[in-house]
Structure formats: structure tokens, C-alpha cells
Design a protein around this ligand. Structure first.
Ligand code: ARG
Length: 570
């Protein structure tokens, strides 16, 4: 059996007691606003009293009388206008630390969840926006999977459109296509320069688009080769980042090409299509602007071309009908918020997605340089992600050499990789995704604060403790039991992993898990200061070792859910 969601368990008990008092209302259980009030507080009684026209403090008292939770609760009292302050039992907290159980508990009702993330455009260099999508989307995908949901990753890469005409016409121009394509930005510039300077190249580019769209074999083969090389470059980056994306997760825009005429037909049958300047559009009144006009979704341009939105409609239909998804999550930057709002609305109207499918855009802000301006190279160019990861590892290597010069070269490289890549990912994950995010090397590589190095170090320090004490943490056996105050605090943090993970699965904000892990590491440090471990003796020593072991496991599991690898020495 996996971990329990303590918050949910408490809510259920309190709601049952409320029901016994004749009111059906949510318990609204939260972490206590101050530790001296206890572990949790329930805020729901006030609203419940209002709906039942009862006195809040009186109802709170009745709820306590009817509360069946002696196995969980040590003390519960009414506070202020009708809050319940709740303190958990030591025994219950101790039971949460059962070392034999897998750390994450499974969801009661597993769902099928499509996670649409990364999604670079293969005609252009993958940019920092795709990096954010890859990192955040991957963490949420891992978390959903750990909870037992069936996750279907969909890397909706842009591999179609007129921009490929020029790129493909230029393709084959150099002997080493793979090498030139490894710098797509430069490749694009060269192709563009030819396009601007050479009229016959321009004509060739246009002819290429026509041939490609007509399915002409030569053009298709060339396009396929181009896409394959580009995707291989993306895969190298995913592997290096430790993103759980593989070739099997690619479901490119072009995969929906054949479905597009039918999408148009279905829109037409639903009476949703209107012709406007030769284009076929969907006008929904909910997208009326202040000036009175409606912003339409353009499904097909006057020249017959389909658009980004049309493909997304086809993708939704596929996800609902073929994949049987309960939820589809989309990780893109917030500039696409309107696009998704509109596509989701049209998909519902057209019946592509029924009520059983929840469509959720999970937007994120821009990545900014330390100066608060868009993240660019000094020359104003796009930051190459490979170069960015190289720099992360090089900086981490300097830190590792400084901190632990006696490590062997191979281990230094491994640690530098974990710290460097971990720092880039964690810095992104630890901020509220909807805000813009300042990319700052010093901050992300600091050994203090809510950073990857701090957490990785906390984990490695526990491992070093085991080595020093000659302890095999896997064979400790038994259960940890809190008795000292610092142990109780630590036990409470440890007991909360499940509720945090379930929350991230629901709302897609991994920074809550980061904040939790940081809280865990600092609580452990306080425990370690107040409760000597190796110097303790007998039962006390093994009890504290179990706390250390459970902390290490929780850190490793938590970081693993974020896609961050731990190291045993730093
Ligand atoms: N390729 C798009 C871009 O780079 C992102 C695609 C996101 N997913 C989707 N289903 N539209 O902006």
C-alpha cells in the first residue's frame, strides 16, 4: 500500500461529522497557518453553519463531538469564529513512515491523461520556451504516472507548413546535412539568404511546397529525411535533459493532415462555418471583442491551406475518440492562451470533445535574462539549448571541484552533470509557472535556498552519514516513531508528500512539490541539529536513522518526480 493523503482523509472524516450534524459542506482542510495551532486547520465549519443557519462555534463543537478520528487525531479544538485546529497523533505520524511501503500511493480512480508538451517547431531551433515546456510538462507527466494514471505523452511537433519549402529546397545543398542541421538557426539564415538573393531558388522553394502538399514522392522523401535529422537532434537534447520523451511520443502536426478535410466537413455539418474573405471561419459569440466584432477561428484560408488551430481541432478529436482521454493538458507559453481558449470552445461546440474530456491549458510565462529582458545571446540571437546545458555543466564542475576536490574525475563529471542539469530544471520548476522567470546562474547554482544544489546536497549528506556510521539503510527494518519535537516536525513533513503530489497532478503547478522538498530539507537540518544521530545509542539511534532514511527516500522520490537525478556524494 502506498502513502495516504492525510489531508483528504481528515476532510472525509470531518465531512462525515458535518453530515451527522445535518449539513453537507466541504471541510476545507489546510495546513495550520501557524505550527503552534497544530498540524491542520479546517475552515469549512463557518460556511457550513451559515448554510444551516447555525451558530458557527456551536456547530464546530458538535462536529468535534461527532468526529470519528481518534486513530488520527490527538487533539482538536475550536478556535476564533469556528475554525477547527487539529493535531495529529504521534502513532499515526509514525505509521506514515512505514519503510516497506512504496512512497507514492495510487489514485483511487486512474484516468487516461494526454500530456502535450515540448512540441518544438522542426523548421526552427528549439528555443527556451520549448525548454520550459519540456521541463514542466515532463514533471507533471511523471507525477501523474506515479499516481497510477495512464499518461499518453504527445510531442505535437511542428513539421508542416510553407516554411519547409525553402528549407527543403536548400536541403541536400551541403554534403553533411546532419551537421548543418544541428545548427538550425544558421541553416535557416543561409537558406533565407539564398531565398532573398536567388530568384530560381525562390521558385524552387515554392515548387517544393506544392510538391510536398501534393504528396510527390521525391519531395516527401526529402522532407522525411529532414524531419528525421531534426528529431534526432531533439532526442539528443531530451536524453541529456533526462526528459522522459522518446520517438514513440512524437505525434507531429503532419499526422493530422489527412483528418483535416473531415474536420472542416464536421464543422460545416454543425453549421459552424462561415465564409469570410474567402476563408472558412468559426465565429463564436463568446469571442466578441470590445469593438463589437468577433475574433473568428480560421479553419481554412482562401488558398485552401489549413492552420495551426485546425490541426489542434483534429488533435482534440483524436485524443477524445481514439485515445479515450479523460484529461488533455497543454504546456505552452501563455501567449497561446487565446488560441487554446478558442480551440477548446470550438471543439466542444463541434462535439469533438464531450463532457468526459477535460481540456486544460497549463500556460507558463517567458524566460527572461537576469536584466529582465527576453533571454537572448549578447548578439540578440536565440540561445542554443546545447550551449546552455554545456555551460550549466561547466559551472557545476567548477563548484564540484571546489567543494570536493578529492572526488575521482569520473565521479566529478557525474556529479557536475546531476548538479548542472538539475539546477537548470529545478530553477524553472521551483517558480510559479505562470510568472515570467528570470534565468540566473548564480541563484540556480547556490548551495543555499530553494535550489537543486541545496536539495542534492541534503540527500548526499544523509548518504554520507550512513557511510560514516557504517549503516545499511535498507536493512534498518521496523518503524520510526516520533517523540522529540524535532522528530514530530519532521514526521509531519514526511507524511505530507502524498497530498502535495496529488495536488500537483490536479493543478499542474510543480513548484508546490519544490517548496515541499525544500521544507523537508530544512526541517531535516533542524532535526539533525537537535537530535544527534550517530552519537545516539540503541533504539534512539536506529529510530533517528529511520528518520534519516525516510527523508532521503522522500527527497529522492520527490526529485525523481521532477525528473532530477540524485548523487550519493557531492
Ligand atoms: N509547436 C508549437 C509552438 O512551438 C507548440 C505546440 C503546442 N501544442 C499544441 N497542441 N498546439 O509554438
Amino acid at each position: 500500500m502506498g502513502s495516504l493523503n492525510v489531508k483528504r482523509l481528515l476532510s472525509a472524516r470531518i465531512e462525515a461529522a458535518l453530515k451527522d450534524c445535518g449539513v453537507e459542506a466541504p471541510a476545507l482542510v489546510r495546513i495550520a497557518s501557524r505550527p503552534e495551532y497544530g498540524h491542520y486547520q479546517a475552515n469549512g465549519v463557518m460556511a457550513a453553519a451559515k448554510s444551516a443557519q447555525a451558530k458557527p462555534r456551536q456547530l464546530a463543537g458538535q462536529v468535534i463531538d461527532r468526529l470519528d478520528a481518534d486513530d488520527l487525531i490527538d487533539a482538536v479544538e475550536v478556535a476564533g469564529p469556528g475554525f477547527l485546529n487539529i493535531r495529529l497523533r504521534d502513532q499515526f505520524l509514525g505509521d506514515r513512515l512505514n519503510l516497506e511501503s512504496p512512497v507514492i500511493g495510487k489514485a483511487d480512480r486512474p484516468q487516461t491523461v494526454v500530456v502535450d508538451y515540448s512540441c518544438p517547431n522542426l523548421a526552427k531551433e528549439m528555443h527556451v520556451g520549448h525548454l520550459r515546456s519540456t521541463i514542466i510538462g515532463d514533471a507533471v507527466a511523471r507525477i501523474l504516472e506515479a499516481l497510477g494514471h495512464q499518461v499518453i505523452r504527445q510531442n505535437h511537433v511542428g513539421d508542416w507548413g510553407t516554411q519547409f519549402g525553402m528549407l527543403l529546397a536548400h536541403f541536400g545543398h551541403s554534403d553533411a546535412d546532419s551537421e548543418t542541421l544541428s545548427d538550425l538557426e544558421a541553416y535557416y539564415r543561409t537558406a533565407k539568404a539564398r531565398f532573398d538573393a536567388q530568384p530560381d531558388f525562390q521558385a524552387a522553394s515554392r515548387a517544393m511546397v506544392v510538391a510536398l502538399q501534393a504528396g510527390e514522392a521525391g519531395a516527401r522523401a526529402r522532407w522525411q529525411r529532414f524531419i528525421k535529422i531534426s528529431l534526432d537532434h531533439c532526442q539528443t537534447l531530451y536524453d541529456r535533459l533526462g526528459a522522459s520523451l522518446g520517438p514513440e511520443d512524437v505525434m507531429a502536426e503532419s499526422a493530422y493532415n489527412d483528418a483535416l478535410p473531415d474536420v472542416l466537413k464536421a464543422l460545416g455539418q454543425q453549421g459552424l462555418l462561415t465564409e469570410s474573405d474567402g476563408a472558412r471561419c468559426v465565429f463564436l459569440p463568446e469571442f466578441r471583442r470590445k469593438d463589437g466584432g468577433i475574433t473568428p477561428l480560421i479553419a481554412q484560408k482562401s488558398d485552401g491551406a489549413y492552420l495551426y488551430a485546425t490541426t489542434d481541432l483534429a488533435a482534440i478529436r483524436h485524443r477524445a475518440q481514439a485515445l479515450g482521454a479523460d484529461r488533455a493538458l497543454y504546456f505552452t507559453d501563455s501567449r497561446q492562451a487565446f488560441h487554446f481558449k478558442q480551440v477548446f470552445a470550438v471543439a466542444r461546440q463541434a462535439g469533438f470533445a464531450g463532457a468526459a474530456l477535460s481540456l486544460e491549458h497549463m500556460p507558463f510565462g517567458a524566460m527572461l535574462g537576469k536584466d529582465g529582458k527576453p533571454f537572448k545571446t549578447r548578439e540578440g540571437g536565440v540561445i542554443k539549448l546545447t550551449a546552455l546545458l554545456d555551460e550549466a555543466e561547466a559551472r557545476a564542475m567548477r563548484l564540484v571541484r571546489e567543494k570536493n576536490p578529492q572526488l575521482g574525475a569520473e565521479e566529478q563529471a557525474e556529479v557536475a552533470r546531476a548538479v548542472g542539469i538539475g539546477a537548470v530544471k529545478y530553477a524553472d520548476l521551483s517558480k510559479n509557472r505562470t510568472s515570467d522567470y528570470l534565468f540566473d546562474w548564480e541563484q540556480m547554482l547556490a548551495f543555499e535556498g530553494n535550489t537543486a544544489p541545496y536539495l542534492l546536497y541534503a540527500y548526499a549528506r544523509i548518504q554520507s552519514l550512513f557511510r560514516r556510521g557504517d549503516v545499511d539503510p535498507e536493512s534498518l527494518g521496523g518503524k520510526a516513531q516520533p517523540s522529540a519535537a524535532a522528530e514530530r516536525d519532521l514526521a509531519f513533513v514526511l507524511a505530507r508528500l502524498q497530498e502535495v503530489v496529488e495536488q500537483v497532478a490536479e493543478d499542474g503547478y510543480p513548484h508546490a512539490l519544490c517548496a515541499y522538498l525544500h521544507d523537508l530539507a530544512t526541517t531535516f537540518t533542524r532535526f539533525y541539529e537537535q537530535c544527534p544521530i550517530l552519537a545516539a545509542e540503541g533504539g534512539e539511534r536506529s529510530n533517528r536513522l529511520r528518520f534519516a532514511q525516510q527523508t532521503a527516500r522522500t527527497l529522492r522520490t520527490g526529485l525523481g518526480l521532477l525528473g532530477i537525478a540524485t548523487v550519493v556524494r557531492m
